[in-house]
Design a protein around this ligand. Structure first.
Ligand SMILES: [Fe+2]
Length: 166
């Protein structure tokens, strides 16, 4: 018995579905973007047949676009790298799908194998490179969508603007 309230739920709670919040069609939180990337990573049919490798320039493909976010598929042949850059006002989630990539930041280098994920906020500065002997594939979610990717010559101010995702 509840003496603090007159409210009582009578009958079948499942009959009030119209009062429940609907499941969101699109992700909107960091954990939901991480989850989206994980679900795409686990579903190879969504991406494995699309990937191409280009030794002349890094290959990239916009896999999916939703309200306020974009999902890019990238490949990296051995030796290819992004250069040091940030992502403008975009936050992001980097997920390695195949192979191994190295992420370099001012705090050091991190080796990322298949399944590894890195989530970052606006202004995050890093360099991604495939310094292994095998090709690599990665998935990049940006929210909002990537509109600029300023390159950094060093850890100081940006020197140029490029929009090749990384
Ligand atoms: Fe990046």
């Amino acid at each position: 018995m509840n003496s603090d309230s007159d409210l009582q739920i009578a009958g079948d709670i499942l009959e009030v579905q119209h009062l429940l919040q609907p499941a969101r069609e699109h992700p909107s939180t960091v954990s939901e973007f991480v989850g989206l990337a994980r679900s795409i990573a686990a579903d190879r049919a969504q991406w494995a047949g699309i990937v191409q490798y280009d030794s002349a320039s890094r290959w990239y493909h916009r896999l999916h676009q939703g309200p306020g976010y974009e999902v890019w598929l990238l490949s990296w042949v051995p030796g290819q790298g992004s250069g040091l850059h940030d992502h403008g006002l975009s936050a992001g989630v980097l997920t390695v799908l195949e192979g191994r990539l190295t992420e370099r930041t001012e705090s050091g280098a991190r080796s990322l194998g298949a399944g590894a994920q890195r989530a970052f906020g606006p202004g995050y500065v890093h360099e991604v490179v495939n310094d292994s002997l095998e090709p690599a594939v990665s998935l990049h979610v940006y929210y909002p969508g990537l509109t600029e990717m300023p390159m950094h010559a060093t850890q100081s101010a940006p020197t140029a603007v490029d929009v090749v995702p990384a």
